[in-house]
Design a binder for this molecule. Structure first.
Ligand SMILES: C[S@@+](CC[C@H](N)C(=O)[O-])C[C@H]1O[C@@H](n2cnc3c(N)ncnc32)[C@H](O)[C@@H]1O
Length: 286
């Protein structure tokens, strides 16, 4: 009888431990990531092609050879025209006038800078920031000649939540563009993210806008509603505008996460393009 009770207790103990493991947030996150990885592989992005990319590439967006390594990698060749259309949509998202100042955060190779330059000349300014010194060198080239000449002001940022713009006068920018650059992820320090957005908000004119675009949303990134909630916490207005992305992009893709993650295949859904109005000063709200 005693033995039977001991066995029953043992079984109950094992079942309890198993249930605790299965229900634990860590195990659920592991299962989500594993399902995501399997979906990515189903989309044509295998661990082998990710390893090849990681070995080959210095960087994850400048090497065109990377796109060949996977069947789909962010954009297949047939989607590049759609990417260009997205940049055009972004440049037209809000009306700009010659002489206005804007910022392009994470300006990269300057795809947007080149579109905005003609709209702001003469007398305008595009503060083009980047965290990568190689991008800053490219932007310095654009500042010297081409549609950005005399308008582009490159600014190197020291870390992911350094705006590089804190010295600008309050209210001096008509728009701030954050286009597939600064990522807001689950698990980030929310207070730090809110403080960063508040510093950007301070720079906007009263009718100024942050235009934010992420091309893809994976399990790590905030989805549209979560991002809206984050901006609201930083004091941005409630009348957020969803700008439709032009057609031609697939609804889903796969990509290989950064080298540090050993090029792990992940799946991602098509992202969003949002315009966040500065909104009234929270202190002034009734
Ligand atoms: C995919 S490229 C996009 C370039 C450009 N915005 C466009 O859409 O064509 C991302 C760029 O953002 C830069 N970047 C990433 N995080 C950043 C941050 N927190 N602040 C400034 N630049 C950042 C990267 O160095 C890179 O040049």
């Amino acid at each position: 009888m005693k033995r039977r009770r001991a066995v029953l207790l043992g079984v109950a103990g094992v079942l309890t431990v198993a249930a605790l493991i299965v229900l634990s947030p860590g195990f659920r996150a592991f299962r989500r990531q594993e399902a995501d990885r399997q979906r990515a592989i189903g989309l044509g992005c295998t661990e082998a092609c990710c390893a090849a990319q990681a070995a080959e590439a210095e960087d994850d967006w400048r090497s065109p050879r990377q796109a060949d390594a996977c069947d789909i990698y962010y954009y297949g060749a047939e989607h590049l025209a759609a990417v260009d259309r997205i940049r055009r949509t972004i440049a037209e998202a809000i009306p700009l006038r010659p002489g206005q100042w804007v910022a392009d955060i994470g300006a990269g190779q300057g795809a947007l800078v080149m579109r905005l330059g003609p709209l702001l000349a003469p007398g305008g300014r595009i503060y083009a920031t980047d965290i990568d010194p190689a991008a800053i060198r490219l932007l310095e080239g654009l500042a010297a000649s081409g549609p950005g000449a005399g308008i582009v002001v490159p600014r190197f940022v020291q870390g992911p939540r350094d705006t590089g713009l804190d010295d600008l006068p309050e209210g001096s920018l008509a728009a701030i563009y954050i286009i597939t650059s600064v990522a807001f992820e689950h698990g980030d320090d929310v207070e730090e993210d809110v403080a960063y957005l508040k510093r950007l908000r301070r720079l906007l004119a009263d009718d100024g806008v942050v235009v934010y675009h992420t091309d893809w949303v994976d399990a790590h990134l905030l989805d549209r509603d979560e991002l809206v909630a984050l901006f609201r916490r930083a004091g941005f207005g409630a009348d957020v505008r969803d700008i439709p992305l032009p057609p031609g992009m697939p609804a889903e893709t796969c990509y290989c996460a950064a080298k540090g993650d050993r090029g792990e295949p992940r799946s991602a859904r098509l992202g969003y393009l949002l315009a966040f109005p500065k909104g009234k000063d929270p202190a002034a709200r009734p």
